[in-house]
Design a protein around this ligand. Sequence first.
Ligand SMILES: C[S@@+](CC[C@H](N)C(=O)[O-])C[C@H]1O[C@@H](n2cnc3c(N)ncnc32)[C@H](O)[C@@H]1O
Ligand code: SF4
Ligand code: SF4
Length: 465
Amino acid sequence: MVECEWRRALVTKETSFVAHSRPVVDEIVPTYEACAGGVLDYTLGMQQKPLKAYANVGLMRLARRFRSSTNPARPVVAYAEPTLYCNLGCPACPTGLKLDVRPRVAMEFEWYRRVLDELGPYLFFLNLYNWGEPLLHKQFPEMVAYAKQWDIRVIASSNLSLPLEREYLERLVRSGLDKLKVGMEGTSQEEYARYRVRGNFDLVTGNMRTIQEIKRELGLRTPKILIGFHVFEHNQHSVQEARRRYREWGADGISFAASFVSEQAEQQGIRPSTIDAFNLYRAAGLETSREPCSWLWGAIVANPSGSISPCCGVVDERSDFVRDARGKSIFGTVWNNAVYRRARRITAKPRAHGGRRVHLPRDGMQLSSIPTRERELICERCPIPFRQDYVDRMVDKVANDVITQMRHGKRLRIRLRASLAFVLMGMPKGKRRRARADDAQPPEPRDTERERLLLTGAGGASGRP
Ligand SMILES: C[S@@+](CC[C@H](N)C(=O)[O-])C[C@H]1O[C@@H](n2cnc3c(N)ncnc32)[C@H](O)[C@@H]1O
Ligand code: SF4
Ligand code: SF4
């Protein structure tokens, strides 16, 4: 598969970086971190998934390669949304703006359990968040723990600006959550609350420190806390300071990403960064993927109301593919229904989306994708064309784990099992593929003076290789 040029540009130290408390994975959070899984610590080793899960990845890759509109494989990645409401009012977010494009409800555990019971054996990743604040769900730790019985990597993103009791945080740490991304865009209360409206900087850092304390007490390494610092014009000067201080605030790592802005945000003086690398609206635009959308073959999003979205970019409930899947088998009745098959045919058309340069509208998190026509299929005007390769990147992560075990597994049995898993997956190239693509076409250097100063600043944890 051809690597998207703009994404390649983002995985270089010229344009973005992640700082960690210790060397972990060779990965940079791309600018569309809005709903991505992001960085995970892969020193944890290979997941204990049954071999049928690896065979399912192979089947999924094959079905997509042959552009089969009926998909015999199960999803390998899922999003499940614990709540659709929030305590903050971020002005680029449909929930923060209270647009009411989805009902303000929490996910019932019974619905969640059904999704996991059906898909859990095949899932490698579960993102427990999308449009709401997940830690407002009282059973959030239990949701994580339930997924961990299938050894799924579970990731959440929270504002963490919540008065959480120590007992809740202890349950959270014990749940097995792998990564907690914390949205925090500033180094002081004033700067932070310009975007995180009603947010409390001390509450966030206090919660992060308490989680670290509990981890130490319990002798646990997870959840890894990663600050997600979305860069805007008003906070771009603080990137270096945040990079120096993230550990003091209680995080294990920090990532800097370009941010969506909206009309409402711009009215409050929240503008895109003037640094090209952190600007999603840059003059050159973003290049779209050339392959059929990977979400439609390998991922699924389960919403609290029971509806199913095809990907994380579906803002409005009316664009969902199924209104209420509760009580139905996802694989048996939803996954290959007429809407899914039509969507797969649309994105499988040769070059339907591929290689185009797109300019994003300044509409916050794809707010202009709210449908204007009844029964319009969201894939006909995809809100996240630059993110259609998401599942490929997640499969790369699994492949990297498997390749590491094949080469360095301590016992012969482990190495043999990993080799078999690799073959069943269809031998994806993982990290090596990316390295080759990067070598072949190095990204254009970006050397504005500000950017150079920002990205080569002295001291602190180093950026990227
Ligand atoms: C809608 S939020 C829901 C999760 C949670 N409430 C939070 O804020 O982390 C989903 C993701 O969008 C990110 N996000 C928020 N505002 C953003 C912006 N303007 N641009 C890019 N990502 C943004 C958040 O940090 C989070 O990772
Ligand atoms: S981005 Fe997250 S914290 Fe901000 S309003 Fe949206 S859901 Fe809430
Ligand atoms: S809207 Fe776009 S990213 Fe989402 S499933 Fe459709 S084509 Fe894929």
